[in-house]
Write a protein that binds this ligand. Structure first.
Ligand code: AMP
Ligand code: GLY
Length: 418
C-alpha cells in the first residue's frame, strides 16, 4: 500500500511516524517532506501548491492514497482532481473545503444548521464605511476575521473602536491578505476555554476520535502574538455533558448539514471550539488535522491509525477501531528567534538524539540537512512530544527532553499543559 503524505511540517512528521507503525505496511512518500519524514520513506520534491504535479507523480508511481496534511492542496481542489483522474485522496472536495477557505461561508453554514457560533455580520469591499459605522455601535472586544485563508493570521481581537477601524482598513482597503481579507466577518467575542475536536468521515459516516488543545500565543501566560501553535496537549478531559453537547449540537449538526447540502465529506474535520457558560460554540472549522495538535494526538493512539484512515478513504469507516486514549500527551514546539514575524534561521541543531531517548518523539518541521547536519530552516523548527499516565508526567518528560535540544535563538513556552 503506497501512501503519499503532502506537507513538510511537524504535523506531517507525526502522521508519517504513525503510519510507519501500522500493520498495513505502508510504503510512505512525502511531498516535499523534511529530514524526519525521509527516515520513514522517500521525500519527493513537489510543492503542496502543485496539485497537478502531485497527482501526476501519484499516478506514475502507483500511489494508492494521497493524504494532504494541510489546507493548501485541499483548498486548491486536490480531492476534486483526484476523483477526476482516479486516485483516492483523503480530503474533502473544494465545495466542502469552503468550511475553512471562507469564514463567511462557514459562518452562514453554521447558522443555517443551528450549529452554535458567535453572532456575526459580514462586510464586503464596498461596505467599508458600513463596517466602520457598525463597529462604532459595538461593545469591545470584538473579533474581526478575514474571509479567506490567511495562514492563521487573519483573526484580530480588537479592544477599541480605533483598533477595529485600523484593522478594517488594513484588511479591506489595504488588502493585508490580498483577496482573502477584502471581505470580513465581524463577530462577538466569546469567553471560555478553547478545545479542538477532531472527526474523521468517509463520505457518509463520521467519528470523533480526538480532543486536544493548542496554545496559539507566542509567550507564556497566553501573551504575545498569535502563532501557528506553540504547543498542545491531548486528550482534553471534559465532563460527559459537555462532550454530549459537542457531539450533538456541533459535530452531528455539522455533518448532517453537509449531507443536507449534498456535500459528501471525506477526510478530517477539525472543530475549533470555545467552551462557554452557554455551551460549546464553533470558532472555526478546519478541513484537516491541526498542527501542533496532531503531534500530541498521534502518540496517544494505541489502535491502528493507518487502518482507520484507509477505511475512511475507501468509504467504509471502521469506527469500532477508535478507542479512548489511556495516556496523556504534551507537545512543546521550539521556534526560531523572530518567529512569527521574521524568523532567523540557518543554525545547527544539537541534542536531538538525547531528546529522543527521553521523549516519545521529536517531530521535525522547519529543519533541513546541510553537510550531514540538521540546521534550522523555518519558524517552527521542531516539536517534542512525550506521553505519560498523567498530564503532569507527560509534561515533565517533554520538558526534560526539550531541555536537551539547543540551537541559536531557540524559543519555547514553559507553560504548555499547566
Ligand atoms: P480562528 O482562526 O477563527 O479560530 O481564530 C483564531 C483564534 O482567535 C481562536 O483560536 C481564538 O483564540 C480567537 N477567537 C476567534 N474567534 C473568537 C471569538 N468569537 N471570541 C473569542 N476569541 C476568538
Ligand atoms: N492548531 C491550529 C491549526 O492547525 O490551525
Amino acid at each position: 500500500m503506497k501512501v503519499l503524505v503532502v506537507g513538510k511540517g511537524g504535523r506531517e512528521s507525526a502522521i508519517v511516524w504513525k503510519l510507519a507503525q501500522s500493520k498495513v505496511g505502508f510504503e510512505i512518500y512525502t511531498a516535499p517532506g523534511n529530514p524526519f519524514t525521509a527516515r520513514y520513506g522517500r521525500n519527493v520534491p513537489i510543492s503542496e501548491r502543485d496539485v497537478a504535479g502531485l497527482i501526476n507523480f501519484a499516478l506514475d508511481e502507483g500511489i494508492d492514497l494521497i493524504f494532504p496534511g494541510g489546507e493548501t492542496a485541499i483548498a486548491l481542489g486536490i480531492a476534486d482532481e483526484g476523483e477526476r483522474r482516479g486516485i483516492a485522496v483523503l480530503a474533502p472536495k473544494r465545495d466542502a473545503a469552503r468550511l475553512e477557505a471562507s469564514k463567511i461561508w462557514a459562518k452562514s453554514f453554521a447558522k443555517r444548521y443551528r450549529v452554535p457560533t458567535a453572532d456575526f455580520e459580514v462586510f464586503t469591499e464596498e461596505e467599508f464605511e458600513d463596517a466602520v459605522e457598525y463597529v462604532k455601535g459595538q461593545r469591545f472586544p470584538i473579533v474581526i476575521k478575514a474571509d479567506g485563508l490567511a495562514g492563521g493570521k487573519g483573526v484580530v481581537i480588537a479592544r477599541s473602536v480605533g483598533e477595529a477601524i485600523n484593522t478594517l482598513d488594513q484588511f479591506i482597503n489595504r488588502g493585508k491578505f490580498g483577496e482573502a481579507s477584502k471581505r470580513v466577518v465581524i463577530e462577538r467575542f466569546l469567553r471560555g476555554e478553547e478545545a479542538s475536536v477532531f472527526a474523521l468521515a468517509d463520505g457518509n459516516r463520521w467519528k470523533v476520535f480526538a480532543y486536544a488543545r493548542d496554545y496559539k500565543r507566542l509567550k507564556d501566560g497566553d501573551d504575545g502574538p498569535n502563532t501557528g501553535g506553540m504547543g498542545s496537549i491531548s486528550p482534553v478531559v471534559l465532563d460527559d455533558e459537555t462532550k454530549a453537547l459537542i457531539e450533538e449540537n456541533v459535530v452531528r449538526r455539522t455533518f448532517e448539514g453537509l449531507q443536507h447540502e449534498g456535500l459528501k465529506y471525506k477526510g478530517f474535520l477539525y472543530f475549533g471550539l470555545m467552551l462557554t457558560e452557554n455551551g460549546p460554540f464553533v470558532l472555526e472549522y478546519n478541513v484537516r488535522l491541526g498542527d501542533p495538535e496532531t503531534q500530541a494526538i498521534m502518540p496517544t493512539l494505541e489502535y491502528d491509525f493507518g487502518e482507520l484512515i484507509l477505511s475512511a478513504a475507501f468509504g467504509n469507516l471502521k469506527e469500532e477501531l477508535v478507542e479512548e486514549p489511556k495516556k496523556f500527551s504534551c507537545c512543546v514546539v521550539a521556534a526560531s528567534k523572530g518567529y512569527p514575524e521574521r524568523p532567523i534561521t540557518g543554525f545547527p541543531i544539537e541534542g536531538i538524539e538525547e531528546a529522543e531517548r527521553v521523549a516519545d518523539a521529536v517531530f521535525l518541521a522547519g529543519v533541513k540537512e546541510e553537510d550531514g547536519r540538521l540546521v534550522t530552516a523555518g519558524g517552527r523548527v521542531l516539536s517534542v512530544v512525550a506521553t505519560g499516565p498523567t498530564l503532569e508526567e507527560a509534561r515533565r518528560r517533554s520538558y526534560e527532553a526539550i531541555g536537551k535540544i539547543h540551537f541559536e535563538g531557540m524559543h519555547y513556552r514553559r507553560d504548555i499543559g499547566l
